[in-house]
Design a protein around this ligand. Sequence first.
Ligand code: GLU
Length: 292
Amino acid sequence: MHSDIVTRTAPSPTGYLHLGHAYSAGLAYLRAKAAGGRFLLRIEDIDGTRCRPEFTEAIFEDFAWLGLHWDEPVRHQSQHLAEYKRALDDLASRGLLYPCFCSRKQIQAEIAAAGHAPHGFDGVIYPGTCRRLSNAERAERIARGEPYALRLNIAAACRQVGRWPLSWHDESEGQQSVTPDLLIQGFGDVVLARKETPASYHLCVCHDDALQGVTLVSRGRDLFPATHLHRLLQALFGWPVPAYAHHPLLTDASGERLAKRKNAPALRDLRAEGATPASVWQQAGLEPADFT
Ligand code: GLU
């Protein structure tokens, strides 16, 4: 049986994979397998300060050991920075991006001075300091060599999207409705390119899911709110909207979510201690026989 279902798993090589990654990849793999579709592995390695080649190698090794089969070629985001730059240039040419020179410290000081700190899904909302700079000041600071990030002017972006609300569908939570208010209050002017990396997770993930024809994004519940923003990017670029399945996050015995370098033993450590692929799938709550 062949179908057009395309799923993917998209780990970032910032540490060794743990049970939560196996679970997430396993779910996406099984969805493709059950439908006779394709399962992609994408390496989200744009953050040169945190990603390391040995972690990328370990992803291949661990997933192969678990018995996952993915379609080739694997996309490594770090090899496609020019494509993300083109997408950013497109937004810039539509007047939707502005350079932000603020450091974290400056943003905190600004918020403290304002006396209130509206919080969005991802922490405090950027107060918009650099949005108010004049073109002349921007040009001068860039010419001086000041490093800057690129932020999306979210209100302007919302104005460019003709029809509201936008919607997307999550398998367990149902139809979701996205409004300008939700985006402005939930995200504010998000960073789409960092000072040290000419791209960002939000931009690259949407770009690549569209480019690679992903039809079902199966990923952790922690990314549920981010999907509202992803839906805006899809609308701005005219990208197709995949279906979503946000799965619960695996937790440890005390109920805390598993996290790299914290409470989650790496898959390779489990393996060294004698775990088998079957025992790992079982521990993740998936049926080992489905992977053979
Ligand atoms: N690279 C992201 C992560 O490791 C996952 C992105 C996604 O599945 O959308 O958390």
